[in-house]
Design a protein around this ligand. Structure first.
Ligand SMILES: Cc1cc2nc3c(=O)[nH]c(=O)nc-3n(C[C@H](O)[C@H](O)[C@H](O)COP(=O)(O)OP(=O)(O)OC[C@H]3O[C@@H](n4cnc5c(N)ncnc54)[C@H](O)[C@@H]3O)c2cc1C
Ligand SMILES: Cc1cc2nc3c(=O)[nH]c(=O)nc-3n(C[C@H](O)[C@H](O)[C@H](O)COP(=O)(O)O)c2cc1C
Length: 763
């Protein structure tokens, strides 16, 4: 086979080596526009896993690479005159130039033809080759030549960075340095990659970059400025650029590249040309080299290029996507880092370490148990004011708001049961909620409990608008207080335009087969084409609904609930006022966000007046309509939360969606937590996170990183009412209270777990 490889970076060279090794008869030429030894950038980081993969593929080059590695174990974070250092991270780095030299020599020794200083101008000139590999980097010309087929999606990210080097030693730790300057925050990612050189990537926001005047500076002036900014970490050493081969400024913005297809006829994309991963997860070279192995394997084993390309994509796409997801989280963390500058150094460091969501609380415990224990103690001290002797997982640290103290930070999220008759809670509700309160959660929410018969979602929804309802709820509240340490919250809501619909396990959101009642909303906008439009509310309707909320809040007070939540999410009445998708009013209750928030805030104030001072009110919102700019987006959720905070709401319960049938939510593990993170850290109000959070590790990571103050789990509590007690046992935490009659079960559970772990060798 005659193969032309465009680009002599790690991807192209390693592919050439891998193909030649599989069959020396292949004729392989690598075309590289630069001279050997010329390269942009300094060191690259590789993981243990990548080293193993390289060894298995080609021990000769792997050995040479290994001999050139610089190793380090710690991550040090310089921030606000402190240095927080954690261990166990295990990296190694190599000079990019050295890596390329090794690969060039190895390729030449295998008979690969290397043509340097050869710029591929028109890929069509290579039409007589059997195979064309586009390994020509992030700005790939081959990709551009067939953009209609590859369909690249290029996202130019917000921060500016410059890839510099220095002889200052950073050989004890991968180092992040955050500096506050009169122009704004600027930071560096630094690590050693050979005995006397370190990579030093400087990064900042566009605003800071302009404030510094970097847009008008030469590379030399930029370097001089960066040397001044980071002087206390450079020990008198200078910064160096090797970007003289780059056209234009040495400052860049990272380009995230995705392609719908990676191959076309006999052309295939590899490395950065096909997909990039942000440098803050240090995996671009790894991806390129591992993809090169896969491509060579499949070309060797498959009968034709079509099936080889197909297998190559099959094998690599998922891995690339996984890394790109982690890289996106990490990129966004740095882009939004100014949000976290109010955090204490311990929490800031934790947030940085867990930014990609690939490293969790328990991963950190494995890496550096002493550091994590210190961080857990810090968390407890700042929450309770008392320094603990022994660290405990963040989820078991009490939470206090107004006069209410929760024993821990796990909440049973509100979940409609659809079991009520005429709004009255019955034995089902008593057993259901009592079980979850016995299960150890710090706070148990009731389902959305409706303020009037008309305000019910379905005929099975609970209400709080009659004496019978009040008495039934009181019986439950009394039991929870008498028999458990849990606190219990009532969630009050009105269904609005999503009312008069079927039970959750029938056709949700569809009108009843018969017995429908009139629905109301801010405007005459129907939920879907299958639902009748609601009647547009008059001012008198609004007064009436406000008074119904007040009446229910008074009943909740008498029933003894500890906490009240207003349901302003999921497209129900209050939510339908907030989102422009369903609020088309032209009076003072529609239009601007101030206007759309007017009625929900009036209801909040009226409820707050009758709700006891010592008890908190949370408000659940939909932080994202998932419909693009026409609906609520996370930045709007920040504005909404800011208004709620200014009006005296204690916590925002950050949910999302269910406000439009057009919504295209992006699901995933903890998928709504970023909205909570943003609201908590930009507005400074306490939040509850919810949505696909199901492991104790998720809960601890969210809390410890300051992404929320409390965590709600819904479906996991349907599967396991004792979720919190079981989580405590999994974490070897003994401080949770089991109901007295169940103690024998507790002893057995802890004993069996200890025995199982001893047998599997786990601590
Ligand atoms: C600041 C920064 C830090 C990074 N740190 C790390 C890290 O620590 N670890 C890591 O694994 N990755 C890191 N990366 C990513 C890594 O550099 C890339 O992902 C990796 O180099 C991709 O390899 P590649 O072979 O696909 O592309 P490249 O390395 O970009 O190679 C492409 C080659 O093609 C040549 N070329 C382009 N167009 C033509 C043409 N028309 N004709 C001929 N030749 C052409 C170029 O000169 C270049 O040599 C970092 C990237 C940046 C920007
Ligand atoms: C059966 C069921 C009923 C629900 N009812 C309500 C409700 O009454 N009020 C509410 O705010 N959210 C309700 N939700 C949403 C949950 O509180 C939660 O936000 C959502 O299920 C995501 O959390 P999870 O991934 O832990 O399940 C309900 C969810 C389920 C599964």
């Amino acid at each position: 086979m005659r193969a032309a490889v465009f680009g002599g970076g790690p991807g192209g060279l390693y592919f050439a080596i891998s193909l030649k090794m599989r069959d020396p008869a292949h004729e392989v030429v690598v075309l590289e526009r630069d001279r050997p030894g010329e390269t942009f950038g300094w060191g690259v980081v590789l993981s243990d896993e990548t080293r193993d993969n390289l060894y298995a593929n080609d021990p000769v080059s792997a050995d040479l690479i290994r001999q050139s590695f610089a190793y380090w174990d710690d991550i040090a974070v310089h921030y606000r005159d402190t240095v927080v250092c954690s261990g166990g991270h295990g990296f190694c780095g190599i000079a990019r130039k050295r890596l390329l030299n090794i690969l060039q020599e190895r390729a030449a020794s295998l008979g690969v033809e290397l043509r340097f200083e050869t710029e591929v101008k028109d890929p069509a000139e290579f039409a007589d080759y059997d195979l064309i590999v586009g390994a020509d980097g992030v700005n790939s010309r081959v990709r551009a030549a067939h953009a209609d087929v590859f369909k690249p999606d290029i996202d130019v990210r917000a921060c500016n960075y410059i890839w510099l080097g220095t002889h200052q030693k950073f050989d004890d730790a991968f180092t992040f340095i955050f500096e506050e300057t009169p122009h704004g925050w600027i930071w560096a990612h630094a690590y050693q990659f050979d005995t006397d050189t370190a990579t030093f990537i400087v990064e900042c926001s566009e605003q800071t970059w302009r404030n510094f005047g970097f847009d008008r500076m030469s590379t030399e002036e930029t370097i001089a400025t960066c040397e001044m900014v980071f002087a206390r970490n450079l020990g008198g050493n200078s910064l160096m650029s090797n970007a003289k081969y780059l056209r234009g400024s040495a400052w860049l913005k990272f380009k995230r590249v995705l392609c719908e297809r990676w191959s076309y006829r006999n052309i295939v994309l590899l490395g950065d040309a096909a997909a990039t991963a942000h440098f803050s997860v240090g995996s671009g070279s790894k991806l390129a080299m591992e993809s090169a192995i896969a491509l060579a394997n499949h070309i060797h084993s498959e009968p034709n290029l079509d099936s080889a390309f197909c297998r190559y994509e099959e094998e690599r796409r998922l891995e690339v996507l996984r890394l790109q997801n982690a890289a996106r989280n990490s990129t966004e963390w740095f882009e939004d880092v100014e949000r976290y500058f109010h955090l204490d150094p311990v929490q800031f460091n934790y947030s940085l370490l867990t930014r990609s969501q690939r490293i969790s609380h328990e991963n950190l415990r494995q890496r550096d148990p002493a550091w994590l224990a210190g961080a857990e103690k810090w968390f407890e001290k700042q929450a309770t004011g008392r320094p603990p002797n022994v660290a405990r997982p963040p989820m078991f640290v009490p939470f206090r708001v107004r006069g209410v103290e929760l024993a821990n930070r796990v909440c049973v999220s509100p979940m409609a049961q659809y079991r009520a008759v005429n709004g009255a809670p019955n034995d089902w509700h008593f057993v259901h909620y009592a079980e979850r309160a016995k299960g150890g959660a710090g706070l148990v929410f009731t389902e959305m409990t409706c303020v009037s018969p008309q305000g019910r979602i379905s005929p099975g929804c609970t209400g709080l608008y009659s004496d019978e309802h009040e008495q039934a709820w009181k019986k439950l509240v009394d039991f929870v207080h008498a028999e458990t340490e849990a606190k219990i919250a009532i969630q009050l809501g009105h269904s609005g335009l999503k009312g008069s619909t079927q039970l959750g396990w029938e056709t949700p959101d569809a009108p009843l087969i018969d017995g429908n009642w009139e629905t109301i909303g801010p405007s005459c906008v129907a939920w879907s084409t299958g639902n009748p439009p609601p009647r547009e509310m008059t001012l008198a309707d609004m007064d009436k609904v406000r008074d119904e909320f007040v009446r229910s809040a008074e009943m909740a007070t008498r029933a003894g609930f500890d906490w009240l939540e207003l349901h302003y999410a999921h497209g129900y009445l209050m939510s339908s006022f907030i989102t422009p998708l369903t609020n088309r009013r032209t009076d003072e209750y529609g239009g601007s966000l101030d206007n759309r928030m007017r009625f929900p805030l009036q209801v909040f104030h009226a409820v707050r007046k009758v709700w006891p001072d010592e008890k908190p009110i949370s408000v659940r919102i939909s932080a994202h309509d998932w419909v693009g700019p026409d609906g609520i987006q996370p930045q709007d959720a920040v504005a909404i939360s800011r208004m709620l905070a200014e009006h005296g709401v204690d916590l925002v319960d950050v949910s999302a969606g269910q406000t439009s049938v057009e919504a295209k939510p992006v699901y995933g593990r903890m998928f709504q937590t970023p909205f909570s993170d943003r609201i908590r850290n930009e507005v400074g109000i306490a939040t509850l996170a919810v949505g696909n959070i199901y492991e104790p590790d998720h809960v601890n990571s969210i809390l410890m990183a300051g992404r929320a103050d409390l965590v709600c789990l819904a479906r996991p509590h349907l599967a396991d009412p004792y979720w919190t007690l079981h989580a405590a046992a999994d974490l070897h935490y003994e401080g949770v209270t089991w109901p007295k009659p169940y103690r024998a079960g507790r002893e057995q559970l802890y004993r069996l777990k200890a025995r199982a772990e001893a047998m599997t060798g786990k601590v």
